[in-house]
Design a binder for this molecule. Structure first.
Ligand SMILES: [Zn+2]
Length: 941
């Protein structure tokens, strides 16, 4: 499926080329005539839809928000128009289209025009909906889609491809231009725009569109987050449709889009969400040289041109292609008189984690639009203001500042005009697009061959094989080739044991491997970036990866992995087993094992011990011997030894807590990542919210641990969320709105737990419960007095830290939270915008409390300062010096564990996950009272 076995394609490919030669490109249309002919909508043989022409004129709020490309709609005998399929013109006020209707739309067109449209169901979503891609091109191109795909695959991996043959393939291959809409469900116009676009491309006989059909293969994903689109449309029809033309209440959006995440579906760098991974796999199968992702924001259309900071590993040619396209679009749309079209000055080219970056990361090109709209489909008064209405070199004709009526049809006009323009440009230079893709792919191989580093090695024998396997599988997921050393291998950097993983960089995606594995050296500390400044995988995973400059690594004897690795665990000494001693080596699968064996009395050693000639670190499990336990240990990649009797160390029961996860309604996304991780590692929990912490909730009767993931902006917003409106906004399933009420239900998503809820949290703690807070949520216990003696402060001016990896110091390495870290003194963590904590004796008792159980313990702290920034950018790093990272604050009979870091951030910070899992496993075995050593840390003055 991933199309990585290019080597086998040699012979069929040659046949393919010959086949394609019969379907030569149509001659170029006279472009100077094109706009004018389109303007009149009077291309030869075309019959336009008079009803549409009247509609679009009326639905567009000002003539300059319309273009000659979309002011008319061609008809074709036997093919239903969008209105005939959907029942309304696309862009009708108060009409949004559900995905089933979108898919019906494309499938109906496919039936009516089978030669020009072909739909594919790519995968299913988390909620069981189809993910659909529709291809549109000429009859000849649709017939040879598979041939073209194989050609693209051959060009994507040009190793062993003679230049002359490459040129032959390029001449016979059409550029494939992929368009995606609806990644962000709150952005409502793109999924509408691309439907009408698909219709035009299939039906119109205007010369420039015929040229697009002949020279370009277009594919469209009409809704990228399919589940989210339907939920948003439900919410729109339930509430937003009633929003006023001017002023009045804004009903926001549904509390969930897809199952787990919102906007972060554009930041899932490791493709942890299944439906996002499906888009990546689809990309790697088809390798379209262009992936154009259409979003909604900005005034009035922003086209991405790849501004700094830029990832220098990406091909230099990419940085010329992006402005080439963007400038053309600005030029054409300005020519059509459409104001507010611009490039530059918004999104940069630093993080590789955006979904459409799959293309840029794989030697293709990510293109992106942001188109103005106001959410939903109501025509509303908009106030255009700020820098985006100013004239700049990259915005020669800005949108006028001031009030304007804005309709969704305006947005559709802009998005479609831009896309048609981009496709028109592609159709003028089809070979250039394909050739550039080939050249970038060849450059990718050459980069790893010609200049160091030439490879990376993940040395065998690190503490936890499962973590190394995970990294390898994440790399392979992105099409990166990984080898396993068949014997011990020696390069300048050292000797590595057999079984070490080797990434040789002389491969098409070698530069992506480098991007993911290396330290991010931020090019200019004065520049801001749109998302994270760092993602270094060895740091995120707490494993050792060696950068190899020695070119000999390219010839190292190693076997290419052809499937994901899941190293089986090892159980030794089976003969005399009464117990299985399972090493706590930090594997995240340990908690999965415990839950799979939840019916067994699993115990754990509080200190390291030796048994059957093996060393077991503190926290190791002691499981009653059984075949079932042995099989689970093996399948989870854990390491165990069967032993005849309990070792002579202090033992605790690993009894499992009843876990609740607290979510606000205002901000469910970061909670979603923790839900995803808990689901994947098989940790059961109840998702609770404000309704569950009403007065008299008695949380302690139901739960032992409450996890409060990173969410909202501060303690106050965790407690009070968004204010109530004049009417409640229920999130509940109904016959009409079936996708509402999933994952949680409430009669009103507005208004938070309030102070009554805080009191219930305190009662939970008083009765011995454990609360864990992550990242920003750690403001909550500090600001509301649940964690006495802990203060939470905000960074002062001069601070800017977009997700760098920073150094932390483990102050109490023997604490159960650090089991499996095996005495590590430091730990790289991602800076998570949590509070700057200060922990000490509660100030009001200073002087007579001394070291009582009230005193919070700092378990780990940030190093801070420039030297503490391990990857990426942190301005003002001195403010972090010695700030507590994990604080254990006794409260009543219970305790609050405040994590200033976010130990479960996206599907990414696996090196920190164990901090959480250990806390769950040993929730009632954590030491009480002051620690053996003084650990209170006051920040510098
Ligand atoms: Zn967006």
């Amino acid at each position: 499926m991933r199309g990585l076995s290019h080597g086998k394609l040699g012979l069929p490919l040659f046949v393919a080329v010959v086949l394609l030669a019969g379907s030569a490109a149509a001659p170029s249309a006279d472009q100077s005539q094109r706009a004018r002919s389109a303007a009149r909508g009077a291309a030869e043989g075309a019959q336009n839809d008079a009803d549409f022409a009247a509609f679009v004129k009326q639905a567009t709020t000002k003539p300059e928000f319309l273009s000659p490309l979309v002011d008319h709609l061609p008809r074709r005998a036997g093919v239903p128009t969008p209105k005939e399929i959907l029942g309304y013109h696309i862009g009708t006020e108060k009409k949004l289209t559900y995905t089933t209707d979108q898919f019906r739309f494309f499938r109906t067109l496919e039936k009516a025009l089978p030669g020009r449209i072909k739909t594919f169901t790519v995968a299913r979503t988390e909620e069981g909906r189809d993910i659909v891609v529709a291809f549109i091109s000429s009859e000849a191109n649709i017939k040879s889609l598979e041939v073209n795909r194989l050609n693209m695959q051959r060009l994507a991996d040009p190793r062993g491809l003679p230049e002359a043959e490459a040129q032959k393939i390029i001449a016979a291959t059409k550029p494939h231009y992929h368009i995606t809409a609806g990644l962000h469900s709150g952005e409502t116009n793109p999924p509408e725009s691309v439907m009408e676009l698909g219709y035009r491309l299939a039906v119109s006989e205007e010369p420039y569109i015929r040229q697009i059909r002949d020279n370009v293969i277009v594919s469209i994903t009409p809704s990228t987050d399919v589940d989210g689109r339907d939920r948003y449309v439900d919410w729109y029809y339930a509430y937003k449709i009633n929003e006023a033309y001017e002023g009045g209440e804004n009903y926001g959006g549904p509390p969930y889009w897809g199952k787990y995440v919102f906007h972060d579906n554009n930041r899932d760098i490791n493709y942890g969400v299944d439906s996002l991974r499906a888009h990546l796999e689809w990309y790697l199968n088809w390798v379209p040289p262009i992936w154009h992702d259409v979003h909604e924001a900005q005034t009035l259309l922003y086209t991405f041109s790849g501004q700094p900071p830029q990832n220098a590993n990406l091909d230099p040619m990419l940085y010329t292609e992006l402005p080439f396209f963007a400038t053309y679009e600005v030029n054409r749309m300005t020519n059509y008189g459409m104001p507010g079209v611009w490039h530059f000055g918004f999104v940069d080219m630093w993080s590789p984690g955006y979904l459409g970056f799959s293309a840029a990361n794989h030697n293709g090109m990510l293109r992106m639009y942001e188109v103005f709209n106001q959410g939903g489909a109501n025509t509303k008064k908009a106030r255009l203001q700020g820098s985006q209405t100013t004239r700049q070199w990259y915005r020669p004709n800005p949108a006028p500042a001031g009030e304007v009526d804005w309709s969704i049809r305006n947005s559709i006009n802009y998005a479609q005009t831009g896309l048609l323009t981009a496709l028109e440009l592609t159709s003028k230079f089809p070979s250039m697009v394909v050739e550039n893709f080939y050249k970038k792919s060849a450059n990718g191989v050459a980069a790893g061959l010609n200049k160091p580093p030439h490879g990376f090695v993940i040395p065998a024998g690190q503490r936890d094989q499962t973590q190394m396997d995970r990294v390898v599988n994440l790399l392979r997921r992105q099409g990166i080739e990984v080898h396993r050393a068949s014997g011990s291998l020696t390069v300048k950097e050292g000797t590595f044991a057999a079984g070490s993983y080797v990434v040789k960089l002389n491969q098409p995606y070698g530069r992506l491997a480098k991007t993911l594995l290396e330290k991010q050296t931020y090019p200019d500390p004065q520049l801001n970036t749109y998302d994270d400044s760092a993602w270094t995988m060895p740091l995120a995973n707490n494993i050792e990866v060696k950068t190899i400059e020695d070119k000999a690594i390219l010839d190292a004897a190693a076997t290419l992995l052809t499937s994901d690795v899941t190293t089986m665990g090892a159980v030794s000494g089976l003969a005399q087993g009464t117990f299985l001693a399972v090493r706590h080596n930090g594997s995240l699968n340990l908690i999965t094992l415990r839950y799979r064996l939840k019916d067994l009395a699993v115990k754990s050693a509080k200190a390291a011990f030796k048994a059957a000639d093996a060393e077991f670190p503190a926290g190791s499990f002691l499981v009653p011997f059984s075949d079932r336990a042995r099989k689970e240990i093996e399948s989870l990649g854990l390491v165990a030894t069967a032993i005849p009797e309990m070792p002579e160390v202090e033992i605790v029961d690993v009894d499992l807590p009843r876990v609740a996860m607290y979510t606000t309604w205002a901000n469910t996304e970061k909670v979603g990542w923790v839900r995803l991780a808990f689901d994947r590692f098989e940790i059961p929990f109840d998702l609770i919210h404000k309704d569950h912490v009403q007065a008299g909730a008695n949380l302690r009767a139901k739960y032992d641990v409450i996890v409060v993931p990173h969410q909202t902006q501060n303690g106050k917003s965790v407690v009070f969320e968004q204010p109530k409106l004049s009417r409640p906004l229920p999130y509940k399933k109904s016959d009409e709105f079936k996708s509402l009420g999933m994952y949680a239900e409430t009669d009103d998503v507005r208004g938070g737990m309030g102070l009554e809820g805080v009191t219930e949290f305190q009662k939970f703690l008083d009765a011995g419960g454990l609360v864990m807070t992550f990242g920003v949520s750690s403001y909550f216990p500090a600001e509301f007095g649940l964690a006495r003696g802990v203060d939470a402060q905000r960074p002062a001016a001069g601070w800017y830290a977009p997700g760098p990896y920073v150094q932390s110091e483990i102050l109490q390495p023997a604490h159960p939270v650090f089991y499996g870290y095996l005495g590590q003194k430091t730990l790289a963590v991602r800076w998570a915008d949590g509070p700057l904590l200060q922990a000490g004796p509660p100030a009001e008792f200073a002087g007579f409390m001394g070291s009582t159980p009230e005193r919070p313990q700092v378990l780990a702290r940030y190093q801070g300062g420039e030297a503490g920034v391990l990857s990426g950018l942190m301005r003002g790093a001195d403010q972090l010096r010695n700030r507590p990272m994990i604080v254990d604050a006794p409260s009543g009979k219970g305790r609050v564990l405040l994590f200033a870091n976010n130990p479960i951030y996206r599907w990414q910070t696996f090196g920190e996950h164990a901090l959480v899992f250990n806390t769950l496993l040993f929730w009632n075995d954590l030491p009480t009272g002051p620690a053996a050593q003084p650990t209170t840390t006051a920040p510098p003055q």
